[in-house]
Design a protein around this ligand. Structure first.
Ligand code: UDP
Ligand code: MG
Length: 321
């Protein structure tokens, strides 16, 4: 049996928290009674610099429930950072961690299944949405577009998985080695590479309050995701440059033939050729420089080069019989 911590990032969630806390503490009690998790398992609310009474609510719960703890960030740093703060703070106190949004759109009844999967040796268990019936038309399609775009950019993310997941202590430890500033957890976690499983659930609508992800935040999330994980856009520029250089060579042949057959106005050939060729060479050069910058970018992240799953050297030597 293991000690569980449920990490809940909260930004201006005063309306949702009362319900959320009742549900989560209830669930934790059930899990303890069933013997699924240790008695001292707990919930950690991370107040991401809220401007409403979120922190007062959390303090209230803290007084009332032994299993509730709070972490207050000095200012609003965004969902991904708040979640990371919670996970890394809880690291020394728990054996496994589940992250879930404060609005309980994600079905908490699958927590038990997540724990079962963990017990079966999975270090990461992704919560994956079955359907998106409750999302608005707009949210549904922007989200779909997001996953398709990520795929096109060759970024490995779990389809229809947001930040509802279980991670073992050692998975979070490995995650702490990814020290980059622009965080995109959904892209990083699969990079850890430990054994993982998927648990499906139906996503509900928000219990209270409004989505804290405005269209603006959604776009910047997608942009962060792409530019933090992929130098694909730079490659595309390079390819385009190459294609134009090739075109300009074809154009050269055409222009040359036109010149010989004498069907052109004087000067046309040289102008057309310079425009195409120089344009192509420029784009190609920009792309090549971009590739080097891309490499520098990847280097400065100082991501771990590998994560060891099992190390036999750490085992005790075989006893001689
Ligand atoms: N959140 C946060 N900081 C922010 C924005 C959001 O901690 O700057 C939290 C928010 O309180 C919620 C979770 O991140 O628990 C997801 O936000 P939301 O439910 O608004 O996103 P959606 O489900 O609409 O994508
Ligand atoms: Mg939500």
């Amino acid at each position: 049996m293991k000690k569980l911590c449920i990490v809940v990032p909260c930004y201006n969630e005063e309306e949702a928290l009362a319900y959320t806390n009742t549900e989560l503490t209830g669930m934790l009690k059930k899990l303890t009674e069933k013997g699924k998790v240790k008695k001292d398992s707990f919930i950690l609310y991370v107040d991401d610099g809220s401007r409403d009474h979120t922190w007062e609510r959390i303090q209230g719960f803290r007084k009332e429930y032994e299993c509730v703890f709070g972490l207050k960030l000095a200012r609003n740093t965004g969902h991904q950072n708040a979640l990371t703060a919670g996970l890394l703070t809880a690291l020394d106190f728990a054996d496994m961690m589940i992250s879930i949004d404060a609005d309980l759109q994600d079905d908490i009844s699958v927590i038990e299944e997540m724990i079962d999967q963990f017990e079966q040796g999975n270090d990461i268990v992704y919560g994956v949405r079955n359907r998106r019936d409750t999302d608005t038309f707009f949210k549904k399609y922007t989200a779909l577009g997001f996953y398709k775009l990520m795929q096109a950019m060759k970024i490995d993310i779990v389809y229809n998985h947001a930040d509802y997941r279980l991670m073992s202590k050692r998975a979070v430890e490995q995650f702490s080695g990814y020290t980059e500033r622009n965080l995109f957890l959904r892209g990083i976690i699969p990079l850890i590479g430990y054994r993982s499983a998927i648990v499906k659930y139906d996503r509900k609508s928000r219990i209270a309050g409004e989505s804290k992800y405005s269209l603006n935040k959604m776009f910047s999330m997608a942009f962060e995701g792409i530019t933090s994980f992929s130098i694909q856009p730079i490659r595309m520029i390079t390819r385009l440059g190459l294609a134009i250089v090739v075109c300009s060579i074809l154009a050269a042949v055409y222009a040359f033939i036109s010149f010989i057959t004498g069907k052109v106005v004087a000067g046309w050939t040289s102008i057309i050729l310079s425009i195409w060729f120089i344009g192509g060479v420029q784009l190609l050069s920009v792309g090549l420089i971009g590739i080097y910058i891309g490499k520098i970018y990847i280097e400065v992240k100082h991501r771990p080069r590998y994560n060891i799953e099992i190390n036999n050297l750490m085992e005790k030597p075989h006893e001689e019989s």
